[in-house]
Unconditional design. Structure first.
Length: 320
């Protein structure tokens, strides 16, 4: 029996402090809901978890970009639908004017509504008002709002609408916006070029398709006030309707593609979050079991430490 060094007490104290440390860690995990609260808990797991966190945050931001792009396309399509409706009404007025039973007064009255329809298309495509815009960007004059170039078959050089659609920097989508700007006697080109990473595609052909928008919009170039020109107006309007239809078909295809991209990003984000959660989040059932174990061991250790500290006192019975 020894008095100077209480070896049994030291052994009990060692186990006791270890159990207290584990109990504190278990309490911290249960209270935070995380298995890894500091780097020392699991260095490798922490590094992997942080990489996954950055990845799903980037993916969430990319998904938000895609949603904005879908809204951008939907807004453009809604204005094009309005242009479709207006040109349809203009064609109706032109057909009504091409009626031999109509008097010149009747055609003059039809021409008044026809001119107002022309002005509305011009208002939407001119960029002078909030019409035809999305978040301050011109929908039909280029994303940056740069004035359109004019001339025979001119390919305009607008600033593209650019957005990242994936967690990696090379997953970028570029679009040259639709150009429907009307100017007197100008042939305006319209084209869409898309870029995704290193893959580049040009839709509607490599050369810009052209349409005489000025002849459709400007009053001096298109009129139904005279029966002899009314049929020509119908033909031009039908060409314009077909042209807008082709643009809307491209927008529709692009919207479907963006919706598929968004769905893929959401699924990817969900899987990344699940993986990160498995690494970093605490298993409550398992940790509760551990907490109960270390709590009992700590209580037992306290009692045993008291007993171990009492052992040297029995020496006094021998001395006495």
């Amino acid at each position: 029996m020894q008095v100077y060094n209480n070896v049994p007490a030291f052994a009990v104290w060692k186990s006791y402090t270890s159990n207290v440390t584990n109990l504190r860690k278990s309490m911290s995990r249960l209270s935070s809901g995380l298995r890894i609260n500091m780097a020392g808990d699991d260095p490798a797991g922490l590094a992997m978890s942080e990489r996954l966190r950055a990845q799903y945050r980037n993916t969430a931001a990319a998904a938000n970009n895609v949603e904005n792009k879908i809204n951008y396309l939907q807004t453009a399509d809604s204005w094009l639908q309005k242009i479709h409706d207006i040109m349809g009404r203009m064609a109706e007025l032109a057909i009504m004017a091409n009626d031999g039973t109509k008097s010149q007064v009747d055609r003059t009255n039809l021409q008044k509504e026809f001119e107002q329809m022309q002005k509305e298309i011009q208002r939407i495509t001119s960029g002078a008002t909030a019409a035809g815009k999305f978040n301050g960007l011109y929908l039909f004059r280029g994303g940056s709002g740069v004035p359109t170039a004019t001339g025979d078959g001119v390919q305009t050089g607008f600033g593209a609408v650019r957005l990242q659609v994936g967690p990696d920097s090379n997953q970028v989508f570029n679009e040259q916006p639709i150009n429907l700007t009307a100017t007197n006697y100008a042939v305006v080109g319209s084209y869409n070029t898309y870029s995704y990473g290193s893959v580049n595609m040009t839709l509607l052909g490599s050369n810009p398709s052209t349409v005489m928008w000025a002849s459709l919009i400007c009053g001096e170039n298109l009129s139904i006030s005279v029966q002899s020109v009314a049929q020509g107006a119908v033909d031009k309007l039908n060409l314009g309707i077909d042209y807008v239809s082709s643009i809307r078909s491209v927008l529709g295809a692009e919207m479907n593609r963006m919706e598929q991209t968004l769905s893929g990003l959401r699924n990817y984000e969900e899987n990344i979050r699940a993986t990160e959660s498995r690494i970093r989040d605490v298993d409550v059932a398992y940790e509760t079991t551990q907490f109960s174990k270390f709590q009992i061991l700590t209580q037992v250790g306290t009692a045993m430490l008291a007993q171990a500290n009492a052992l040297p006192g029995s020496v006094m019975t021998l001395v006495g």
